[in-house]
Design a protein around this ligand. Structure first.
Ligand code: PMP
Length: 441
């Protein structure tokens, strides 16, 4: 009968619906801060200093190469290229990083191109981390490290950078956030497969000193651990500070994968070109992950990035090098935002690198009262309130801590200052007006 048929149909569709569709490896990694905060910024912000991308154009020479690549005769740029990296790009990367690391690099085995630094990170965790392996992550950390380790079956082990306010009443610097050497040593064990290092660090802008890196390097060597070194902000270092590559330290080349991003290097985050540099004994496994997942990155974008690096290689260290000009301009933008924040009573932590700045919002707590026992960290509610009520988007620092630690540092927000003069001025206007409203009852 009709009713028997329809009840059968209902039953079978219900049976299908009740089967779990989600793989176990996705448990607990479904939330993503960027999805939520990018949507909030799109909906409410008039000034977006949240997500990290420049709103100014990339350098002219790169735009010209871009036009040439697309309008020229090289129609093969529209087709596949070598899976592990377009030959002109891996060649120039090997040349440049060979010079920076002081060793001969083979473009075919010591370099691999990825879909942004994001895919480079993903390849590393998939290639090296087994069930039961521990991976040490330094807090605050670029948020994707944790879910990527978990998806690979590993266990993240967190160690915080601990702040120590300067006594002289000076502004805090990202250098005042340090690892406790004994605490760091206590995190290493025979289960440790790798440590993730991010210098210059997102979100603090900390540039790890040579001594700090040597401490990490010695522990890696002692415990035979790998180092996944995320150096996407390698050119964005200020006040004459030096970016030290951990792969160049004693005993580290053989155990380090260095990761970079054309997005940050040339202010073209939308191109999603990244790379890994390291010994073949590590890169061969990264290639295995790549060939079985992404296989290939956009040829034309790789070609243009190769031209950009070729130009930079020829202008290396000269005043017209983009790697010299960009940090100079960014340092001015940093100082401008520091001034705006100080003027209104937010306490910035002056970053030594990157295009981020973390500020203490304790003085503004009266605007957004605390909700005791709330599941949501205070800074997250503050950032949401700020974008909805003031039109200014920033990211809560707690987003860069693991679940149990989210409330340890919850009165800070992160601003991105890789922005046009007009954007920074508009942010300043919002802050000044806010301050005025607070002081005039
Ligand atoms: N690592 C860090 C520390 C980052 O901040 C970012 C981008 N915000 C990435 C990796 C990802 O870089 P890409 O855009 O090249 O994938």
């Amino acid at each position: 009968t009709l009713s028997a048929t329809s009840s059968k149909l209902t039953f079978s569709s219900q049976a299908k619906m009740s089967r779990p569709v989600q793989a176990r490896r996705l448990e607990g990694v479904d939330k993503n801060i960027w999805v939520e905060f990018v949507k909030l910024a799109d909906t409410y912000s008039t000034v977006n200093l949240g997500q990290g991308f420049p709103d100014f154009p990339p350098p002219d020479f790169l735009k010209e190469e871009f036009t040439r690549a697309f309008s020229g005769e090289k129609h093969m740029l529209h087709q596949y290229t070598r899976a592990f990296g377009h030959p002109p790009l891996v060649k120039i990367l090997a040349q440049l990083f060979g010079k920076l690391l002081g060793r001969d690099l083979d473009p075919m085995t010591n370099v691999m191109v990825t879909v942004g630094a994001y895919q480079a990170l993903f390849c590393c965790f998939q290639a090296f981390v087994d069930e039961g392996d521990e991976v040490i992550i330094i807090e605050p950390f670029f948020d994707c490290y944790e879910p990527m380790v978990k998806m690979a079956g590993g266990t993240p082990v967190f160690i915080p950078l601990r702040p120590k306010a300067p006594k002289d009443g000076k502004l805090m610097s990202s250098a005042d956030w340090k690892l406790d050497p004994a605490e760091l040593a206590s995190k290493f064990s025979e289960r440790t497969k790798a440590i993730v290092l991010n210098s210059p660090n997102n979100p603090l802008g900390k540039v790890f000193s040579r001594e700090e890196l040597e401490l990490i390097a010695d522990l890696c060597v002692k415990h035979d651990a790998l180092c996944i070194s995320d150096e996407v902000y390698e050119w964005l270092v200020y006040d004459g500070k030096e970016h030290v590559r951990i792969a160049s330290l004693r005993g580290m080349w053989d155990r380090t994968v260095s990761i970079g991003s054309a997005g940050k290097t040339f202010s073209v985050t939308g191109w999603k070109v990244g790379w890994t540099v390291g010994p073949n004994r590590l890169l061969q496994h990264i290639r295995t992950v790549h060939q079985n997942s992404v296989y290939h990155c956009a040829t034309a974008a790789q070609e243009v990035v190769a031209q950009g690096f070729q130009r930079e290689f020829e202008h290396y260290g000269k005043p017209d090098s983009y790697f010299v000009q960009l940090p100079k301009e960014m340092q001015q933008k940093r100082d401008q935002l520091v001034q705006s924040l100080v003027a209104v009573g937010m306490k910035p932590i002056v970053p030594e690198g990157t295009y981020f700045l973390v500020a203490d919002i304790s003085e503004f707590k009266s605007d957004v009262p605390d909700v005791p026992n709330s599941d949501e960290p205070y800074d997250s509610r503050f950032a949401k309130w700020m974008v909805k009520n003031k039109g200014l988007a920033a990211i809560p620092l707690s987003a860069f801590y693991c679940g149990p630690h989210k409330n340890n540092y919850n009165s800070f927000i992160r601003f991105c200052f890789a922005k046009e003069e007009a954007t920074l001025k508009a942010a300043d206007d919002i802050l000044q007006k806010w301050k005025l409203e607070k002081t005039t009852p």
